[in-house]
Structure formats: C-alpha cells, structure tokens
Design a protein. Sequence first.
Length: 424
Amino acid sequence: MITTIIVFIIVFGILVIFHEFGHYITAKRSGILVREFSVGMGPKVFYYRKNSTTFTLRLLPLGGYVRMAGEADDGEDELKPGTPVTLQLNDSGVVTSINTSNKHSLFQGIPLTITDTNLDDNLYVKGYENGDESQVKSYPVDHDATIIEKDGTELQIAPRDVQFQSASLPNRMLTNVAGVFNNLLLAILVYTILGFVQGGVASNTNKVNVMPTDSVARTAGVKSGDRIVEVDGHKTTDWQDLTVQIRSKADKQISVKVQRDGQDKVLTMKPKAQTSGGQKTGFIGITQTMDTSFKAKILSGFTTTWTVAKQLFGALWSMVSGHFSLNDLGGPVAIFATTSQAAKMGLSGVLNFLAFLSLNLAIINLIPIPGLDGGKLILNILEAIRRKPVSQTTETVITLIGFAFLMLLMILVTWNDIERYFLH
C-alpha cells in the first residue's frame, strides 16, 4: 500500500507538472502574468515566490493549475468597500503590498478600510486610514505590487497589460493547448525510455509469443512465432484486432487460425476468464513479439504513442456513438487501483502507466467541454470568427457550467469505481 501511494503521488506529480508547465512557459513568453503555479488541490502546504509567480504545493495530490491574470477562473480577491487591509509602502509612498489576511500578523504597514480600488488600469487604493472616516486617503499602487489573500498566499496583482486577454489571439491559443502538447511530449519521451528499459518494443502485429505457463494457447498447439490470422471467422491483422476478439470470448469455445511456415492450421481452445475493474475478459496466455533493434527502440516513443492514441480515439468514438458506460471511464480510485498493478510490474510497469496516463490526459483535455483546454480553444476559434472576444461574464458562466459538469461526472465515476473495485 505504501509503495502504491508513493508511486501514485509521483506519477500524478509528474503529469501535473509537465501539463501545467506547458501553460506556464507559453504564457510567460506571451507576456501573460502567471500569478500562481499550483501542484495539488485544496489547502496549501507551502508557497514560494519567484519571478512574479507564486509556486504552491497543496494538500491533495489530485491535480494542479496555473492561475493566469485576468482569466475567467483567476479568482482574484476583489477588495470590496469595507474590507480591512494593511498597506506596505516604499520610500516614495507607493503601495508595494496589500495584506487582506490575518495570518500575516507581523506585516508592518498602514491599516486601511477600503472604500474604492482599481488594480487593473489606474492602480490605486482608497480608504479610511486607522479607522478615521473623516477623510478618504488615496494611495498609488505599484505595477508589480503583491496582494496577500485571506489564506495567506502572496500573489502579484494583475494590471490590464499583463492579463490573459491582452495577449494576441494566436498567443492565447498556443497557451491554451500548450499543456496538451507537453503531455504528448511526455508520452513520447517515456515510451522511448521504456523501449530501452524493456530491451525492445512490442510489435503491433498478429505474430505472438506463447507464455511458458498458464497458457491455453500453448496447450492448444500455438507456438512462439506463429501468426494468429483469424479468431472465430474474424480476421486479425494486428495485435489490437487479436486482443479485442480474445477479450470478448471469455469461457467460450473458439476456433483460431494459425499461420506457421506458410501453412495454416485451425486450432480450438477456450479462453480463460479474468476480472479487472468489474469486467470479465478472456485471455489465452500469449504476448506480443519484441523488436530489439536500436531503430525500433529510438522510434518507439513515436510508434507506441501513435498506436495507443489510435486505440484511445477509437474508444472515445465508441463512447460518443452510443455505447457509453461509466465503466469506460476511470477516476482517481481506478487510477489508484491501476497504480497498484503497475507498481507490482516494476519500473517498466510504472513507465508504461505514466506514458499511458499522459496520453490520456492530452486527448481528454482536447475534448471541447468548457473548463477543459479544448473548450477554451473553441472560445478562441469563436473569437476569431466573430472578430471579438466572448464577454468576460459569458466566459465565466460557460466555465462554471463546464466545471459543474466535470465535477458531477467525477462524482459519478468515482462512486462507480468504488463499486467496481471495492464493493464487488
């Protein structure tokens, strides 16, 4: 259990850091202020500020985010009239920090009750100093001033010129898809490493190796190097075709056409049943053949990513074309359970799992649902067509609707996972 938890946290951490770093670095290069780079969700454990960005580590290792200035989900604390704050000034009397939190008790400055602020354009704060309501004091605010939020997190303020909407449309589009690109890059990199760790690359053909033990195929007469070209009359041209046919025939008698030395043989066997995630699937004790050439290893990142991506897009299409089931989805519980299986397989199992999840994350994020990167990209395309951006209010409403949908889906998937893995 401890090993699984450690591997789970490491895998999730790598996925989040790679994905969010894509948004972060592209935003920075586009002139967009990244106010916060968070690994994890929920209450913060600690934070560190560097180059205008606050890097936070949060308690729940189930995601992360970059908080860009002016985005619909930026969530910048609004200094409403009546809000008590403490101001820190420089030698020129310009505000360099605004404290809205009681957690920074050692913060030395001027107590002020806010009456009016503008931290977008004119950069000022106004209010009653030291509780004296007979006079409204006004202070200019530095362009790079910080604001300490109620939970004690110190962030840089977000003037108009460094907000997300101030960047050009192409730069905003690149920023929105940069996380997807980084996850794709991570999948390619890890699959390449995996090719060398395994000493070769699994070939996506119908040529098979037979397992030395617990092999229905070996008992029926299949030998390593044979090609299984047909299962119950269904032609199998590659490994994916073969596994789809075998997995659907658990505990059923099947005929298999085997090609060996140019000769065809028809063998009969009954795939054994195994249960994974509440689903029963068949297996006959065969594995893919391995290509051990250096060329195959160095290209494995691209070839394996392409093969797995086609499988994922196929599964996605099957879901949207009317065959949707919650069992097709997996949340944190399913990922944790799969992490346990991957950890038992050692380094190669963990690397394969990491690359698969990274590719999953890239593809899922491209789905045009508000709140995901694909949804944001759709808004960018709509802006290009209309030649004007969607209003901030509309974008906020769309984002909230998308977020609510994703949270509802996450709750349903998580409960379904609990039933599949723990209650059956």
